[in-house]
Write a protein that binds this ligand. Structure first.
Ligand SMILES: [Zn+2]
Length: 323
């Protein structure tokens, strides 16, 4: 079997978790070795991980077999006939534009400072803010967002209580540059909401169009967890019980400190760096500014793009039931 050796690249001087490669020759199976897999901050995410593979760069599928991780290198097999492999299915700006065109909603896309956004409904009604790709490599959020948008467009006339502001590619420079966590300037957006960073100011300017704040959904993905979860706070606009029934049951709610601490301990045991006090996250910024706020963590390991999409649809279906 042919063997190809690659290195995880750096962004902002930090080794990024995601990778993508194209083979010159795919006539037989190819073993790929990622030599510095252990250097990622989320290295335990390589355990039993199944990378995504593609024959043409258009259609992707999850590998049937998990790769192997020996605490240093991660290796996996690209079967014959498949030309490309990636940490997860890619999702570019072009993918979003093509999605919008295919749904006939490209005329809804507005742009400010190069950041695209979509407004749906009457902004006199409370507005739900939905944001994806603060961390540009977490493409899972884009697939969930496609489900959200599809369902919203379908039932628009039935959602009488809310309007929506959607920012599909919040970290646009990072998305363009195929970064995993940072902008091209090396900023982790979700640790910069109290800073004077220009990109964050631009996002705040778009969000300032909201007159009546309802709640905010910020879509992310976890590289190592096997279970999807939601960090949340606020619950002033609507009671906690409303939100409990809003989110699909696949998500674990993390609010009570004891549970959160237990979870965090678990992460630390797996060598993930977790700080419980993160005042600069979007979640905390939004809570301070009058939104009920939810950070949704999809999981790279077990949730395929198709499943992320379905979760997005389910969420809006539940919202319709509630509202
Ligand atoms: Zn994230």
């Amino acid at each position: 079997m042919k063997t190809v050796t690659i290195q995880l690249q750096k962004e902002a001087d930090i080794v990024k978790h995601s990778f993508s490669l194209t083979l010159d020759d795919c006539q037989s199976d190819t073993k790929v070795i990622i030599e510095n897999a252990y250097e990622s901050n989320y290295a335990n995410g390589w355990l039993n991980y199944k990378p995504y593979i593609s024959k043409d760069g258009q259609t992707w599928q999850i590998s049937e077999k998990a790769g192997s991780y020996d605490n240093k290198q991660f290796s996996f097999i690209i079967p014959a006939g498949f030309k490309m492999a990636s940490w997860y299915q890619p999702y570019t700006i072009t993918d979003f534009n093509n999605f919008a065109k295919s749904r006939g909603i490209e005329n809804l896309i507005e742009t400010e400072n190069n950041i695209p956004f979509i407004k749906i409904g009457d902004f006199n009604k409370p507005t739900i803010l939905i944001m994806a790709r603060q961390h540009p490599g977490e493409t899972q959020g884009s697939f969930m967002l496609e489900g959200i948008i599809d369902e919203l467009v379908e039932i628009k006339s039935k959602l009488k209580k809310f309007s929506f502001l959607i920012i599909p590619l919040a970290n646009i420079s990072g998305v363009e540059n195929l970064n995993h966590r940072y902008s091209v300037e090396g900023v982790d957006f979700n640790r910069a909401w109290n800073s004077d960073n220009k990109d964050i100011q631009n996002l705040k300017q778009i969000i300032s169009q909201i007159q009546n704040k309802a709640f905010c959904l910020d879509l992310h993905a976890d590289e190592a967890s096997k279970k999807s979860y939601i960090y949340y706070g606020g619950c002033n606009f609507l009671p906690e019980s409303f939100y409990q029934s809003l989110f699909p049951k696949e998500f674990m709610f993390l609010k009570e400190l004891s549970r959160l601490r237990r979870f965090a301990k678990n992460l630390i045991r797996h060598k993930r760096i977790v700080s419980l006090a993160k005042p600069d996250t979007a979640k905390n910024y939004f809570i301070k500014n009058g939104f009920d706020s939810f950070t949704i963590e999809l999981v790279a390991h077990t949730q395929t793009p198709q499943e992320c999409y379905k979760l997005g649809k389910k969420l809006i279906k539940n919202l319709k039931k509630q509202a």
